[in-house]
Design a protein around this ligand. Sequence first.
Ligand code: UDP
Length: 381
Amino acid sequence: MRPRPPLRLLFVLGTRPEVLKLGPVVRAARTDPAAFAVRVVSTGQHRDLLAAHLDYFGIALDQDLHAMRPDQDLAGLVARMVAGLDGLFARDRPDWVVVQGDTSTAFAATLSAAGWGVAVAHVEAGLRTGDLAAPFPEEANRRLIAAMARLHCAPTPAAADHLRAEGVAAERIVVTGNTALDALLHVRDAPARRGELCAPFGDLAGGRVLLVTGHRRENFGVGTQAVCAALVEALERWPDLAVVFPLHQNPQVRDPVRSALQRPVVAGRVVLCDPLDYPTFVALLGACWAVLTDSGGVQEEAPALGKPVLCTRDRTERPEGVAAGAVRLVGADPGRIVGALGDLCDPRVYAAMAVPRWLYGDGRAAWRVLAALRRCGAEPG
Ligand code: UDP
């Protein structure tokens, strides 16, 4: 019998979480060239955030579509990405396009691939808030991708339930765990350099460090200002509290945070910095006291490292963290945020939240994604 040719996989990514969550799958697929021929294309959705993360996974891009323009609106971005990907798929049809999560990149790649009859595998499928407006456009992207994908890699049983409830055939769903935990396990097990990586952020051992991130569209404007007001109030109330806030490149986050937190009264205990490379961010996550964030990935990683998460949203597509007591939803509401920080000052409350919990995977999700792709093989167009 002739050996099967390698399955041609085209990974499409464009943002930081896509690199972090597809990186483990790309790396695992590349260890078996007889089974998989791998190519990686970036849409360039968030080009500035990608370079360090691509380097971390040793991924060289086969192509960059450079779809992002300054002040690009969503419709223009999606149109440019679909046009670029259409050109790509017209020339060359892989066996599978692999996308991750809920970004406009993942949606555009799925739409374009479906149009060319190319099968799509969706990593991190089935997350839902049930509210199209929160987060927008991510919740819409997730549902649209689910309607077109042929293989759905759900991180948790609850995510698989959502897909089944929407009519996805059970044999097209596989519960893999979240590849975020593969990446976390890898970086956590790398030679311990936490002290060295955290050194630029001051003496973290001397006080309680709150690590803050924020990038959701629904928190732009009023929400960001409310989070900053809460931080100022908390810093004034607790003199041993310090804040480290790596600022997303988006000026809608960057500018209001800078003007609110560079006030002399609190500035000495606030570090505002550019987005961090992944090992440094995880080192800080490991060293901090607690996390205030609207990030999806951080809601998965922080509980694994035993760090309490206050999530600046009113609902989450990752309810497992809330149910386990590792994550508390505080909205973008100064009263709730400061109240929750006050609760965390109680050692019993803190200890109950700060139990390490691997809620989203065991570090082997990438292998399960690849095993599912192998089982499916090359799908007819
Ligand atoms: N992250 C990072 N550097 C930073 C902030 C976050 O490497 O300065 C990582 C973090 O470990 C997490 C991911 O970026 O895995 C989250 O990205 P983001 O919050 O942008 O997206 P989301 O997870 O909400 O889709």
